[in-house]
Design a protein around this ligand. Structure first.
Ligand code: CIR
Length: 261
């Protein structure tokens, strides 16, 4: 069976999305919509079936579906686990409504992060049985504590990662399929927290989505990082997500992959 991924198409208010670190260049909604289509086409071409979740058109940032739910493969259960988050930005909190029935239909057990906790999916990086969680502007200590108490009984270890230079943990680091953490060192607070770290030469080169079979989905504006991954035996699949980068987004945040490893 083909692996599946959740996506949510950009809404009419996208250009009003939150900007924290980007330079404030205006977003072109038509171009953003074309880029989203190309992004989803790339997933489909790589063999993924897409589940389009209902729009949340009042929420400008709803296209960044990764922040609303995190899924975990459970070694000790037939059902995998979905944790519906409680996003740190108030304008984003309503984005999680409507997700639970979809996840239940996909045969997930569902847990929720509850107030006063906040947690954004972009702060959660899974590498085998380690779950790195960024403690920064969006995810608070209570969010980390709740995620840890949900995951610990299933044998997953939550490692909190202090971060002060980027919006989300996965703005600074992601992982190659072999578990190597890749990151752009100037925006990583302390690389020593990771067991195996490989620096990349461009900030957006730190963001990859493992599409399976050695293919890495990545942004178009980091050719030297793409060359590095080719040299490591991977196949970059490149998409232009420039309009989303203007909103501090990256390739990881436009989908939630529901694959079992
Ligand atoms: C926000 O500030 O929440 C959005 N403009 C960008 C969210 C990007 N999400 C992510 O990196 N996981």
């Amino acid at each position: 069976m083909a692996p599946r991924a959740l996506v949510r198409r950009p809404g009419p208010l996208l250009a009003e999305g939150i900007v924290t670190n980007a330079d404030g260049t205006p977003v072109d909604l038509d171009l953003a919509t074309r880029q989203w289509t190309a992004y989803t086409d790339a997933l489909v071409s790589a063999g993924w079936d897409l589940i389009e979740v209902p729009p949340a058109d009042d929420c400008p940032d709803a296209v960044f579906i990764e922040d609303a739910v995190v899924v975990f493969h459970m070694l000790d259960s037939l059902r995998d686990l979905a944790v519906i988050t409680r996003p740190g930005a108030d304008s984003r909190k309503p984005e999680t409504s409507g997700l639970e029935p979809i996840l239940l239909a996909e045969r997930y057990s569902v847990e929720h992060i509850e107030a006063p906790a906040t947690l954004d999916g972009g702060d959660v990086l899974k590498v085998g049985e380690i779950v790195y969680v960024g403690r920064g502007g969006r995810t608070n200590a209570e969010g980390i504590r709740q995620l840890r108490s949900i995951l610990q009984p299933h044998g997953l270890t939550v490692v909190a990662v202090p971060m002060s230079k980027v919006l989300h943990l996965k703005s600074a680091v992601t992982a190659l399929p072999d578990g190597t953490i890749i990151g752009f060192e100037p925006v990583v607070d302390d690389v020593r927290i990771f067991d195996r770290f490989r620096p990349v030469p461009e900030e957006s080169g730190a963001h990859v989505v493992d599409l399976g079979d050695g293919r890495l989905l990545m942004a178009a504006d980091c050719p030297r990082s793409a060359e590095l991954f080719v040299d490591l035996g991977y196949e970059p699949i490149v998409v232009d997500i420039g309009e989303y980068e203007k909103l501090d987004g990256c390739v990881t945040c436009l989908s939630v992959r529901l694959r079992r490893p």
